[in-house]
Design a protein around this ligand. Sequence first.
Ligand code: NDP
Length: 463
Amino acid sequence: MFAYPPMHVVNPATGEVLRDVSEADRAAVTAACERARAAWTAWSSTSVALRCEVIRRFRALAVERAEALARTLALEVGKPITQARNELAGLLPRTDFFLAELEGVLAPEVVLTSPGDRLEEVVHREPLGVVANISAWNYPWYVGANVFLPALLTGNAVVYKPSEFATLTGLAIAELLHEAGVPRDVFQVLVGGGGVGAMLLEERVDAVCFTGSHATGVKVAAAVAPRLVRLQLELGGKDPAYVCDDVDVPGAAAAVADGAFYNTGQSCCAVERVYVHERIWPRFVDAFVSTVRGYVVGDPLDERTYIGPLARREAALVHHEAQVADAVARGARVLTGGSRVDRPGFFFAPTVLVDVDHTMAVMREETFGPLIGLARVGSDDEAVALMNDTAYGLTAAVYTADRGRAERLLGRVDTGTAYWNCCDRVSPRLPWTGRGTSGLGVTLSRDGIAAFVRPKAWHLRGV
Ligand code: NDP
């Protein structure tokens, strides 16, 4: 057996240690990858029906244990319990989508039948092999499952490195999958911090699927580049919303505030910048600030809580303070919040800034928390220019009563996802993909299943 060093799992709402776990060392990382390689061919030879059956059992177990799993998520990530339940519930339609679409994606595709020269051309789709899945803590059931479910269903083995801030959830995912019938070596969890992720990248794997920040994503890409390993990167964003002058102001303000502050603002597709047409500016700002002031900040296990602590603890608090200080030094005004909350744990008050511009970090760099800047714009063209003034390209939202206006605006915005009168939304049926520094590749949709197979071209000539 390996002697692993201990790692603390901390409750960000209190700072207390929830549990000590053992962090994988290099020998354990290597051994996990070797076991996965030995196991994957047998798994890939099982029938599609059997793999679907196993994942159906996993789904049933997730339903049966949803409340306990939501509680674990609330405790270790600080996610408000109602939102943790939503995440568990949201796992189900994703699972159902993958199960329904799998056979269609895997079916051999006959692209030519030519009886005259007895020729047939067929595309078969084969699994990749061993997939390294390095995941983020903010939606571990979503972003993890977007990778491990289609990877397992298509016949791959997965070595899963959850974020150290979602370790218990990572272990719970493995427990459910194993109980459902996924062989232990076909899905393995490596417990540990970023160093364990870095070690995993040095092993022989066939694909790396990473969800996390742009800064770490660049390191991941550099680590695997010399081996030309298949790479998928789901990275951060600085997602804009533009509110036109023809909206129902209170409704739009409440919807955009929810898009900015849900999950305590810690969503890759959270609204991070808001542009508001000058004709509705004062009314919108008032409605927005009054919505935000109504959010209950508190214990994630309390049913009333809407804003929890920051999962990355002190580092995240310092990051928020620095963005506020930078903005204020450059002329921004704080309309509500602006500082830590005076209580145990790692809470930042929901914060709204105005008089912001793109010289400020808060309008350029990912915040990933309960802090938002609102900027006034004079025209649709100005809004489009500002929405595109970013290296990121994950999502963009437009609020207007006019669908044509929304489509014209969103057609000019360089993002993988476009929202009309909605935001901070993910669908299993649609591709989830970032542009620019928001990443490479696709999860979800049929393309997100096909991402875990590679085509083989068959040229078949009869006698
Ligand atoms: P990080 O980039 O800090 O970490 C992501 C994962 O990488 C974690 O498991 C982390 O381990 C691990 N890691 C850290 N350093 C290395 C390294 N050198 N080599 C390999 N692995 C490493 O991101 P967060 O977990 O804080 O997640 C938040 C970020 O994720 C935000 O930028 C957010 O926008 C993005 N995100 C993007 C999504 C998308 O779909 N586009 C979805 C969800 C989040 P550990 O945490 O233990 O340090």
